[in-house]
Design a protein around this ligand. Sequence first.
Ligand code: TA6
Length: 295
Amino acid sequence: MPITSRALPPFTVTSGQNGMQKVVLSTAGGAQAEIYLHGAHLTSWIPAGGEERLFLSQKAQFSPESSIRGGVPVVFPQFADKGPLPKHGFARRLDWEFLDGEKGPGTVSAAFLLRDKPETQRIWPHAFLAGLLVTLGGREIEINLTITNTDVAPFTFTAALHTYLKVTEIRDVYLDGLGGHSYLDTTDGGAEKNQEDKFLLFEEEIDRIYPDVQGCVYLHERTLHLKIQSEGLPDIVVWNPWLEAGDTLADLEPRGYRGMLCVESAAICRPVTLEPGQSWNGIQRLADESDPEPA
Ligand code: TA6
């Protein structure tokens, strides 16, 4: 019998933390990603020849009632507390259905589905379908959120892909791509300010919404270089709780703030309205532009 590739299968459904189901994606080139059905939550992304690029709290709760601290929480149908719903909506706390995995040329993807149910109808009386398609390439990953109005009346929502990027030391990190942009400073009551400097550095708590950012945002830390690209999600949120606010988060390990930076692609400032039968689509793409580790 000929010896064939020893590569992992392109996708497998397996048991993760606390027995919760997750889908593991692997490309022939060695990239890997993990998505929990709970929240359709991407918790791990390792590009080919690279290291883990998503932060996952050591104290993350893997339980039906919680959302997972780290990775990429799906925020829908409400960003933060900008409305009557629980913070960041309900999609991140519900179990999604795994539809299928698919292998493409150099990529592998997994599709997840969430539909309204009595639990969501009680607090948000709308019929909808939410789809999340995660596509893993060699050095890239794409997270594609689709919302469809399956109701007989229009509805309006806000949404975000609340990505926690893993860094070694937040004080060594800087973001490029937001210079000259105005932002709403959530740590200052939402005051509108302007980022004069080309680079955004980190030395204290930060919680900002940059409306309508054209172009990509780049994260740099020594040899780490990540490109963050958004489509259909025009606002960028940058968040790090720093020490004091970080300590109030029961599911973040002490000094966990040093190892993370949230760079979120979002639709907040202009909420999305869908007529019956209409769909909306928002994408975040992460590309690892660091030099690959020698094999
Ligand atoms: O997206 C930034 C933000 O809204 C921050 O204000 C911060 O509270 C963060 O999300 C995390 O929220 P969570 O509910 O997950 O603790």
